[in-house]
Design a protein around this ligand. Structure first.
Ligand code: WT7
Length: 651
């Protein structure tokens, strides 16, 4: 709880407020509160009006069907194609020759694709997929670095109605295997490798390892990126460039139902098994295009850059689908922010004249630590709007971002949302909302959020509790792939008729939301969600480990770091070498992002009489706090022993 206590403490002192600057308001898409009023008067009519910005082959019959709640349906009866909306409809306008994607590789190579170029590549890729036997409804797993082929493959899947499952390139072979098997993918698109700090991430090698245990996969398409030798299995593996050279241009878009699945994206939860979050077509596209346009105040001459990886939902919604549906120029960068030097982001802003930058608090804290000399080396005067996402931003980092990146002239939109919500739900509108550093401010028009107590009653303004969403929104997840019970259980059972976010929050006297962090066994490392159970299962999988408990410990840059308390099997000694081995084991099972920062060996773990591990007490120990209530423990002396052991291993 230290992180939460710290956030709360700093928030209580936070009194600075930043009204929208007049120069910004003057040109803003939204300048007044009328959208909020319009949405409050009739929420469904508001979303229906937003849906007019999308091209429908057939108009919907009903905006929202709640007859099977919580399996809500949006724009029922509507027919559309997401790739048609992101590409084809711009071709009959001047945007045909506008840059759709500006891509920069880590080694410094670059590529610009106009909307016409994107049309050519996506339709060729769609034909290639069809040729390989992919039909409407088949799942395709995409395991690629941040290269243009990634959005091209996603849009090609959308074009032929094959749901994609993008797996972040930082995940391990085993994590990839589990995600392929969960959705029974028929085809995998990968690359030989990707660049990360000058090193090659061996994607094809990981993929080969995974595929040894993936019977559903029939074919693999491999993009050549890094150029090293890779194994190609005859009859299964094909080079992207060879097939694309033969694929014809032009592929009619499938007419998809508004509720047909667009993609599955796996995210961590409170159990060991990642959840396949399902997003559909119509509501999702309406939600992401509307929020992208209005929150980022998108104009035709903007160069918009979201620094996330497309392997996460932020990249799906705000690098690919939202921006392209809006005919915007979206920037993509393959590599690391400190390669070759710590000014790489600022070099990219200068090189392309980026006007809108959307990044994560963890990155901002790293930039703060590296010093202002790095942004000072570059011309950042093109920037006019900044955004953050992924975790609460501490007011110090907000002020730094505001001053040294935004030159005190750019509003900052702190956007709260989740993989499950698909779109931003709580955020300022930059031409309307007065900003308070550290607050995601207020719900987007047409979104109803609240802070409730454990009985589901709204707490008074000025108090804290659980963050809930009181009514459905168009881009909401529709289910957990293959596990509808878990969908109901996880999100709709804690509070009657309301969506439970898993986050704690406070609303202040002005109704502003201050997100405090997760209230469940989920930790947020550098803006990435990891389940403690998932890491614990990976640890217990090691032959030396008897039991493990994982907690998030406050960390200056990452927000939270992973600390693991491990009990070993009889007769095994907890050596530093073993600690390293266990860290490597977790990285192998899940990926480098889940590698524990610290491993502490302990004779026992604190448990309740019913055997539940009390991670709260471990957090107290790790963060050096006075221990909380220990009366429910089976053996209260265990914690003081752990505390002693912890302190001796720390030293
Ligand atoms: C969790 C969702 C959605 C994009 C990235 C993460 C935390 C996200 C904020 C914010 C405070 C935030 C929440 C949320 N979070 N944005 N602006 N302020 N917290 O997606 O992996 O699904 O994680 O990230 O705890 O529940 P995700």
């Amino acid at each position: 709880m230290a992180m939460e206590a710290k956030v709360l403490e700093s928030l209580l002192k936070e009194e600075r407020a930043f009204p929208p600057p007049p120069h910004f308001v003057e040109k803003a898409l939204v300048k007044d509160r009328s959208l909020y009023e319009e949405a409050r008067a009739d929420r469904e009519a508001f979303w229906a009006r937003q849906a007019e910005n999308i091209h429908w082959f057939r108009r919907w019959d009903k905006v929202l069907d709640d007859s099977k709640a919580p399996f809500y349906q949006w724009f029922v009866g509507g027919k559309l194609n997401v790739s048609y909306n992101c590409i084809d409809r711009h071709l009959s306008t001047w945007r045909r020759t506008k840059a759709a994607i500006i891509w920069e590789g880590e080694p410094g190579d670059d590529r610009v694709l106009t909307y016409q170029d994107l049309y050519r590549e996506v339709t060729k890729c769609a034909n290639m997929l069809k040729e390989l036997g992919i039909k409407r409804g088949d799942r395709v797993t995409i395991y690629l670095p941040m290269i243009p082929e990634l959005p091209i493959a996603m849009l090609a899947c959308a074009r032929i109605g094959a749901p994609h499952s993008v797996v972040f390139g930082g995940f391990s072979a085993e994590a990839l295997r589990d995600r392929i098997n969960d959705c029974q993918a028929k085809l995998v698109i990968t690359a030989d490798g990707g660049w990360r700090r000058g090193n090659i991430v061996p994607l094809k090698k990981n993929c080969d390892e995974a595929l040894a245990q993936c019977p559903s996969v029939e074919k693999v398409v491999v993009v050549r990126r890094t150029g090293q030798d890779v194994n190609m299995t005859a009859g299964r593996d094909y080079w992207w460039h060879e097939l694309m050279a033969k694929a014809p241009i032009g592929c009619p878009p499938e007419e998809m139902d508004a509720e047909d699945m667009l993609f599955i994206l796996y995210t961590s939860g409170t159990t060991g098994k990642p959840k396949g979050v399902v997003h559909t077509s119509g509501g999702y596209l309406v939600g992401v295009s509307t929020t992208h346009r209005l929150i980022f105040d998108i104009k035709d001459d903007d160069i918009y850059w979201c620094t996330a990886d497309i392997g996460w939902v932020t990249g799906h919604s705000y690098i690919v689908y939202g921006p392209l549906a809006n005919g915007c120029t979206t920037v993509m960068y393959e590599g690391s922010p400190d390669w070759p030097e710590r000014d790489r982001f600022w070099a990219i802003v200068e090189k392309y004249g980026v006007t809108i930058l959307y990044t994560a608090p963890t990155a901002i804290r790293a930039f703060m630590k590296w010093g202002t000399q790095w942004p000072a080396r570059r011309d950042l005067s093109s920037l006019r709007l900044l955004g953050t996402v992924g975790e609460p931003i501490n007011p110090e980092a907000w002020m730094w971002y505001y001053k040294y990146i935004g030159g005190e002239r750019c509003p900052i939109v702190d956007t709260w949302w989740q993989t499950e919500t698909g779109m931003i739900l709580i955020s300022p509108l930059p031409g309307v909302t007065t900003l308070k550093p550290g607050s995601a401010t207020v719900p987007f028009p047409g979104v109803e959020a609240a802070v409730v107590n454990s009985s589901g009653e709204e707490v008074p303004l000025g108090s804290g509790g659980y963050l809930v969403i009181k009514s459905p929104w168009p881009a909401m997840l529709r289910t957990i792939y293959g596990d509808p019970d878990r969908y109901v259980q996880q999100y709709w059972s804690k509070f009657d008729g309301m969506y439970f976010t898993g986050d704690g929050a406070r609303w202040d006297e002005d109704g502003y939301f201050w997100i405090v962090g997760r209230v469940d066994d989920v930790i947020n490392v550098s803006g990435h969600r990891l389940g403690t159970m998932e890491i614990e299962s990976a640890l217990v999988d090691h032959p030396a480990v008897a039991e493990a408990a994982v907690i998030g410990k406050a960390h200056e840059i990452k927000g939270q770091a992973i600390s693991a308390f491990v009990t070993l099997k009889e007769g095994i000694a907890g050596t530093p070498q073993l600690a390293e081995e266990l860290k490597a084991h977790v990285a192998k099972k899940i990926g480098a992002i889940a590698r524990p920062d610290d491993i502490f060996f302990t004779a026992e773990l604190p448990k309740t009489r019913s055997g539940k591990i009390m991670r709260r007490l471990l957090r107290d120990i790790a963060e050096g706090r006075v221990l909380g209530d220990t009366t429910t423990l089976a053996d209260p002396s265990v914690v003081s022993q752990i505390k002693q052991q912890y302190e001796s291993q720390e030293a």
